[in-house]
Every structure is written in structure tokens, then in C-alpha cells.
Design a binder for this molecule. Structure first.
Ligand code: R5P
Length: 268
């Protein structure tokens, strides 16, 4: 791995423990103003000091994120679909590679849709980003199994999709947690981060999922809704961070969450 690429990746996956907590806020690229991100700046900016990286679109970046921020940016490069139509996997690249450089991003990302009729176009787009990333020293994050693909989130499918992404050259891969997750991480060749998925019923469900994923070889999480849709997002991100970087157990994270949410309420 070339120096620049390794340097950028080290800003995201922390070299001290090879782990990462990313905050995913790119949902609007096909979902519009989803709950929690109606006024993105108000939600995102207070959370940034607790995230190792921010995953988002260029529109959100330019409109809502202070340019003097130091949080590394993972820029979504794919899209052109919406929840209004039934063809979410029909994505293409929507951002020029020059614009990614102009925005000084730490990594670029896109979704791939293995097993759909759009498999080829999304894997070719991944290859295009990897060619560019290798040339200019920018790591590529491949996102697997978003949307209706969630129906297939078993270890067989996810290990297939993650390994294909790595074989195409992705430097790290984002996917969903599943039973036998170790099968996914052990065969992927590159670091795996988990998405949070739809909001879980309880905070403990989130903490247990993150803890288990790490135990089974994940490098961390790239979490969105389970943080920004929580009634206490600041308490939530700090508690998830304690699991990722502080080796906190789920029960300890819950205690931390309960303490932090009270402090926040008291401060208001
Ligand atoms: C979906 O296409 C986006 O890439 C999201 O960033 C991803 O699903 C992670 O967010 P969440 O934790 O809400 O699942």
C-alpha cells in the first residue's frame, strides 16, 4: 500500500488499536430528509468530535460541515436512485474523482449490489474508484447489502459480497452484522466495519451488536440511524465509542449511556 493511501486510511482506522467508529449520515442520497437528519447540521456537528470519520454526500458536506473541521471525510460517490422507485440497486457514480480530491477526502465510497441485475455496473464502478484510489492514494470503502439486499444478510451471502469487494480492490468494506459473522471477517482479506441498520428496539441491542461484531473480527462500525435517531445521540455515540476504542462491555456501555443522557438533560 502506497504511503498516501496508508496515511489516509490511518486517519480513519486508528493505528493504536486498528479500530474505527464512523458516523454515517449519507442516507439522504436516496431517502431525503429522514428522521434525525431533517436539519443535518444541528444533528451532526455536535457528534463529530466523537467520530473517527464522517460518511456523507458532497451536498451535505458543502452545505452543513464547517470546512475547518478536522474529522476525516468518507465521501459517497454513488447514487442516482431514490426510495420512490423500486430499483435502488440501479446506482451509478455521481461524483467526479476530481471533486473528491477538491474536497480533500480521506476515503471514497460506493454501494455494490452483488446478486442483483445491477451487480456488474456496481462492481465496475467499484473498480473505477479503486483504479483512481490507487493512483492518487485515496482508500475505497465498498458498502454491501443495503436496502432490499437486507433480505439476504446471512453469512454465506455477506462473505461472498465482502470478498468480491476485496478481490476488486476495495481497501475496507462495510456490511451488516449477522450470525456466524466471523465467517465474513475471516475471509474478507480487508477490514470490515458494520452498519447499524434500522433503529434497534433498545440501546442494549445496539451495544451487543457492536460488541459481538468486534469479538468476531470487525474493525468497528459505520453507524447512522442507531446514533442520530436515538433520543440522546451524543450519549449514544460516546457509549458506542467506548465499546470500539475502550473495550467496554455492553453492560458498561449501557451504564455510560444512562449517565450521559441524564447529564445532558440536566444541562438543558
Ligand atoms: C446506506 O446506504 C448508507 O450507506 C448508510 O450509511 C448505511 O446504511 C449505514 O447507516 P445505518 O447505520 O443507519 O444503517
Amino acid at each position: 500500500m502506497d504511503w498516501g493511501l496508508k496515511n489516509r486510511l490511518s486517519r480513519i482506522i486508528q493505528p493504536e488499536d486498528n479500530r474505527v467508529i464512523m458516523l454515517a449520515v449519507d442516507h439522504g442520497y436516496f431517502l431525503g430528509p429522514i428522521s434525525g437528519l431533517e436539519e443535518p447540521q444541528k444533528t451532526i456537528v455536535p457528534l463529530m468530535p466523537h467520530a473517527d470519520a464522517l460518511m456523507l454526500t458532497r451536498g451535505l458536506l458543502r452545505n452543513c460541515i464547517p470546512p475547518d473541521s478536522n474529522t476525516p471525510i468518507v465521501l459517497r460517490m454513488s447514487g442516482a436512485t431514490s426510495i420512490e422507485r423500486d430499483i435502488l440497486p440501479d446506482e451509478g457514480l455521481t461524483v467526479s474523482l476530481e471533486d473528491a480530491v477538491r474536497l480533500n477526502v480521506a476515503a471514497i465510497t460506493l454501494s455494490i449490489f452483488v446478486g442483483t441485475e445491477h451487480e456488474r455496473q456496481t462492481l465496475e464502478a467499484l473498480s473505477e474508484l479503486v483504479d483512481f484510489g490507487e493512483e492518487y492514494g485515496i482508500p475505497v470503502l465498498a458498502v454491501t447489502a443495503v436496502g432490499r439486499e437486507l433480505g439476504k444478510k446471512d453469512a454465506r451471502y455477506l462473505s461472498l459480497a465482502c470478498r468480491i469487494a476485496a478481490e476488486q480492490g476495495a481497501h475496507f468494506v462495510k456490511t451488516y452484522f449477522c450470525d456466524d459473522f466471523e465467517k465474513v471477517t475471516s475471509s474478507a482479506m480487508v477490514p470490515i466495519v458494520i452498519a447499524g441498520g434500522r433503529k434497534c428496539e433498545t440501546e442494549m441491542d445496539v451495544f451487543e451488536m457492536v460488541y459481538e461484531a468486534l469479538e468476531q473480527g470487525a474493525a468497528g462500525c459505520d453507524m447512522g440511524r442507531n446514533i442520530f435517531q436515538n433520543p440522546h445521540p451524543l450519549a449514544m455515540i460516546q457509549s458506542v465509542r467506548a465499546i470500539v476504542h475502550g473495550n467496554a462491555k455492553p453492560k458498561e456501555a449501557l451504564e455510560m449511556y444512562n449517565e450521559l443522557k441524564v447529564e445532558k438533560v440536566a444541562a438543558v
